[in-house]
Design a protein around this ligand. Structure first.
Ligand SMILES: Nc1ncnc2c1ncn2[C@@H]1O[C@H](COP(=O)(O)OP(=O)(O)OP(=O)(O)O)[C@@H](O)[C@H]1O
Length: 251
């Protein structure tokens, strides 16, 4: 059970240095239960490094990344079965079929009703036509649907998504967003979403954390940020932040 009053995702003075490079430089933010927060920033801002520390895949130089109360650098095994992630940069074993891959991940996450769960996801995410094909022989869009199925296999309470719609056609991307919205609503899941797609951020995110050079340069609800910067869209806000323009300053 989640502790009362503790955000499912909580990052405190988190930092990661690689030699002289500060990939993440002492950031703090939290994601309230059952909400979606977008992690935004240009290339090299520190988003993937932050998510990797939240997954416990990279050890912070200092500070803490907690999920469901567990310090992910030291206590991740307490909560791994309750969380999951999706990234287009993580490939599944290509020779295994989609079904075999989902079985491997399902076992890793300790899913009790695995056969039923795979069947359920195959229906919901339209995987049936290629469930018994090698994962390496799928199109990018099909691979993304499989990656989404993998990330939902254990019905996670917390989902970390690193550009879940990167390199998808607009139709498939819209389809993925609709699924994520539905999953969040039905499961009450807490989601952190790194994205370069501003319409996606406006549609899915309750809150946004904007990073640049490893630090947080602004945060708030998309509508709040748009009005604070005197802009029409998050795309405009993003460009203002990326180009170092102050709120309300003319382009
Ligand atoms: N293993 C590493 N060794 C050295 N520097 C690294 C390493 N990983 C990341 N960095 C550096 O840390 C900074 C942040 O990288 P990160 O991948 O977190 O950014 P990002 O916001 O996810 O960028 P993108 O949008 O391009 O994916 C960059 O300057 C990057 O070059």
């Amino acid at each position: 059970m989640q502790q009362l009053g503790v955000s499912p995702i909580a990052v405190t003075r988190l930092a990661k240095r690689y030699g002289s490079v500060s990939a993440v430089d002492g950031i703090s933010f939290s994601v309230p239960a059952a909400s979606v927060t977008g992690l935004l920033g240009g290339n090299g801002a520190g988003k993937t490094t932050t998510i990797a520390m939240l997954m416990g895949l990279i050890t912070p130089s200092s500070g803490e990344a907690r999920i469901l109360g567990a310090d992910m650098a030291h206590q991740r095994y307490q909560v791994l079965h309750r969380i999951n992630f999706e990234s287009p940069y993580v490939e599944m074993p290509m020779r295994l079929t989609v079904r075999q891959n989902l079985k491997v991940f399902g076992r890793l996450y300790g899913v009790a009703d695995l056969k039923e769960r795979i069947d359920e996801l195959a229906g919901e995410l339209a995987l049936r036509d290629f469930l018994d094909r090698p994962s390496g022989k799928l199109s990018a869009g099909q691979k993304t649907r499989v990656a989404l199925a993998k990330s939902l296999i254990n019905r996670p309470e917390v989902l970390l998504l690193d550009e879940p719609t990167a390199s998808l056609d607009p139709d498939t991307a819209d389809w993925v967003r609709t699924h994520l919205e539905r999953y969040r609503r039905e499961r009450g899941a807490t989601i952190l979403l790194a994205s370069h797609n501003m319409p996606e951020v406006e549609r899915l995110c309750d809150d946004v954390v904007m990073m640049k050079g490893g630090i947080i340069v602004d945060q708030g609800a998309p509508s709040e940020l748009i009005s604070r910067y005197g802009r029409e869209t998050m795309e405009d806000v993003f460009l203002d932040v990326a180009r170092g323009r102050r709120q309300g300053e003319a382009a």
